[in-house]
Every structure is written in C-alpha cells, then in structure tokens.
Design a protein around this ligand. Structure first.
Ligand SMILES: Cc1cc2nc3c(=O)[nH]c(=O)nc-3n(C[C@H](O)[C@H](O)[C@H](O)COP(=O)(O)OP(=O)(O)OC[C@H]3O[C@@H](n4cnc5c(N)ncnc54)[C@H](O)[C@@H]3O)c2cc1C
Length: 401
C-alpha cells in the first residue's frame, strides 16, 4: 500500500512557519512517500534560510546573506509544496484545522504543523530608539551589521550564547565591545562555572570588556538615539550601538484564542501532538520527553531538524515517542564548542580528555549519579564519541539513592 492509499495519511498538510523546522517537516514528508498537497505559510518574505550563520558569518561579512539560504530554488520547487510567504498566521481553529492569515486567507488542512519558532525579547522602550537591535532574522542581521560598520562602541546586553557570539563577532570587526548581564561569566547558565570561566578569559584576551554580575535597568538616549546602557548599580555603559540578547519567547500569540495549551510553547504529548491532527515542531514546541519524564522545549538547530523528522513520521502514523539527546554548538573566535545532553547547574564537571589551559578538551557533566552531558571545546569528534554515555544513562532506570 502506498502512503497515498494509507487511510492514516492526511489528505492535506499545512505547515505554519517557513524556516528550518517547517522546511524539514516538508522534506521528511516527501522522503517518507507523502504525495498529497502541502502548503507552507511564513510571515517573512524570504525563502527559508538558516539562522546560526546570522550571528557569525553573515554578521561578520564572511558570507553574502544569500549563502544562508537553506535550499536552492530548484530544490524547493522539487518539493511540490505551495509556499505562501509574507503573510502571518493570525488564528487557528483546531476543530476545522483552519488557519487565518493577516491578509484574509483561510487555509484548511487535515494536519497542521506549528513551526513558528521564537521571538526575541526586548527591553521596555527599545523600539523607539535608533541604534538598539535584536538578532533573530536575516533582516535583523543586515541592519545590525550596517550599524556595527558605522559604529565604534557596542554594548551587548545578555551574556547567553547569542550575546557571547555577537560580542565575539563584533570584536573581529574592530568595535570596542562590552558584554553585560546578570551572571558572572559568558554562558554561565548554559555551560556552568568551569567552562564559562575559560570563555571569560577568552573574551577578555580578545579585548571584550566584561561588565557582568549586574542587571540592566534601562537605556539612555539623546534625540531618539541610544547613548548607553544603565546598570542596576546606576553606572552607564556608553554605546552608539546596543544589542539586546536577553532570550526569546515562543511565537504563540497567534494561537491565543485557539484553545491549545500554551505554556512556554505549544504543549504536546510525546509524539509532538498538541491535539488530534495538530503538531508542533522546533523552537516553539514543548513536548513530553519520555526519557526524562517531563516537558521540554529546545532552542537549537539540530532539534529543528530531528523533531521535524519525528513529526513527519507521526503525521504519517508512526507511533514512536520523540526522545532526543539535545545537541547545540557555538563558535566564538577560534573556539568551537559542542554540547551533547544537559549541563545542569549542580553538575559535577570533569575534564576527561585534553587540557583546559590548552583550550582543547572534553568535559563530562554528572548529576544525580548519571552522566547528563558532554561538552567538547575544539574536540568535536571526541565529544561525539562520548555521547553514548548520555544515551545509556538516559535509558537506564533512575538511581534509587
Ligand atoms: C542568530 C542566531 C544564531 C543561532 N546559532 C545557533 C547555533 O550556533 N547553534 C544552534 O544549535 N542553534 C543556533 N540558533 C538556533 C536555531 O537557529 C533555531 O533553533 C532554529 O532556527 C529553530 O528553527 P525553527 O524553524 O523552529 O524556528 P525559526 O527558525 O525561528 O523559524 C520560525 C519561522 O516562523 C515564522 N513565524 C513566526 N510567527 C509566524 C506566524 N504567526 N505566521 C507565519 N510565520 C510565522 C518566523 O518568522 C520564522 O520565519 C541560532 C539562532 C539565532 C537567531
């Protein structure tokens, strides 16, 4: 029996969000043999593009923006999907699986995939000031790059992964860069004190001023243009360009009246299903991870791909829980970090290969008697080889002590 004859295959699929997870869902559906009509609805005017290069190669100018495009036009055409771009979804009726758009379209489908990602958080009042940026989209990256090329003093608000990457890229462009945020080292939340200490040294050596461990209370401005960032200590960090990288919120406002459960993302079961015939994928999805026994939501590029493949399978009737070992990477200067699994704040961390001072090492994170994560610093292969330890521990029953 072909997928077309399979009673479980939906007659029509609608994917809302035309980016990494949305596009991969379509590709996986076609690879698995689904031949029915597919519509992809996106609010951005661009063909699907990749976000990781935006804070790295696109921002630095090493790549022309077109290089971030995910697929050439002929590969998109070969998918035989209808792309409706530049038209945001504004509502969903789950009973009829109909999505309404800002321009007045009503798109009905038998399976709807929510792939709308996240939106950058902002500081109150920042929209009204020139020189203040967030970085989520290609357009954000191009406007920020133009401002960096014209500017001299950048303050990055937010010491997480994105803020740290932007600080690194801006330094390589020659700006005077200050990184500020409430934690005491770059990426302290994501990688813990040991590795974030090494990152702090790296940024300092490269000339970034770290003004960490204190909150930001607002921005200062003159005639509509930002002039600085005010800290909780009342100190003002002068700036002609500011990037606000304080995290992101799931793009679910358009679902407010849908009746779907929304709680830090679209809440889904272990099959990434929010309701019968409605799925969520990528950064916006918060699903029940059976290996962990709880809801999780991941904001990383590999999950966008892997979860999309799982959702395509679920749409076509495969009955398997989605239980990935999370993975993300970050590039800052010549440091390439790969993180497999979870790095909880209370974890014990050992360097199991390489050398911290040489900045080439693998660190293993243990918590509650289990290996929960592995981090590689310029040792991608060695880190990947230790991933199995996390898989084994995820599959094992929880220790009783
Ligand atoms: C600058 C940057 C650098 C990154 N670097 C890394 C990295 O080094 N490593 C890593 O692992 N991950 C990285 N990430 C994260 C990674 O890019 C994301 O996890 C990935 O893009 C998620 O894909 P997605 O398709 O779920 O969401 P998104 O890529 O956010 O796509 C969602 C799409 O839906 C659209 N949309 C939103 N609302 C609506 C609506 N109402 N109607 C229609 N369309 C809508 C959005 O505009 C967007 O086009 C980075 C992200 C950014 C922003």
């Amino acid at each position: 029996m072909s997928i077309e004859d399979d009673v479980r295959a939906p007659a029509r699929v609608l994917v809302v969000g035309a980016s990494a997870s949305g596009l991969t869902t379509v590709e996986a559906l076609r690879r698995k043999g689904y031949a029915g009509p597919i519509t992809v609805l996106g609010d951005e005017p661009h063909a699907p593009y990749d976000r990781p290069p935006l804070s790295k190669q696109v921002l630095s100018g090493a790549w022309e923006p077109e290089r971030a495009t995910l697929r050439p036009q002929d590969a998109l055409s070969a998918l035989d999907a209808e792309f409706v771009l530049g038209d945001p979804a504004v509502g969903l009726d789950p009973a009829s699986r109909t999505v309404r758009t800002a321009s007045g379209r009503a798109l009905r489908a038998d399976a709807v995939v929510i792939a709308t990602g996240v939106r950058a958080r902002r500081l109150p009042g920042q929209e009204n000031l020139a020189g203040v940026h967030v970085l989520r989209s290609l357009d954000d990256a191009l406007v920020l790059r133009a401002d960096l090329l014209a500017g001299t003093r950048l303050v990055v608000v937010g010491e997480g992964v994105l803020g740290s990457e932007i600080a690194a890229t801006a330094r390589t462009l020659g700006l005077d860069v200050t990184l500020t945020g409430p934690l005491t080292a770059p990426m302290a939340m994501q990688v813990g004190p040991l590795v974030s200490g090494v990152l702090a040294d790296l940024h300092t050596e490269r000339g970034v001023t770290l003004r960490l461990g204190t909150g930001v209370v607002g921005l200062t401005a003159d005639e509509g243009r930002v002039t600085g960032v005010r800290l909780a200590t009342d100190e003002v960090l002068p700036a002609d360009v500011v990037v606000v990288a304080i995290g992101a919120s799931p793009a679910t406002r358009w679902l407010t009246d849908s009746g779907l459960e929304l709680d830090n993302g679209v809440v889904c079961d272990s099959r990434c299903r929010a309701e019968e015939g409605i799925y969520a994928v990528g950064d916006v999805a918060r699903w029940h991870h059976e290996g962990l026994g709880r809801l999780i939501r991941l904001e990383n590029r590999t999950n966008a791909t892997e979860q999309a493949m799982a959702v395509a399978g679920a749409i076509l009737g495969e009955d398997r829980p989605y239980t990935p070992v999370p993975y993300f990477w970050t590039d800052q200067y010549d440091a390439k970090l790969q993180v497999h699994g979870f790095l909880p704040a209370d974890a014990e961390v050992d360097v199991v290969e390489g050398d911290l001072t040489a900045r080439r090492f693998v660190a293993r994170y243990r918590s509650g008697g289990r290996v929960t994560g592995v981090l590689g610093w310029n040792m991608p292969k060695q880190a990947r080889m230790r991933r199995q330890e996390i898989v084994d521990d995820l599959a094992a029953p929880a220790p009783t002590h």
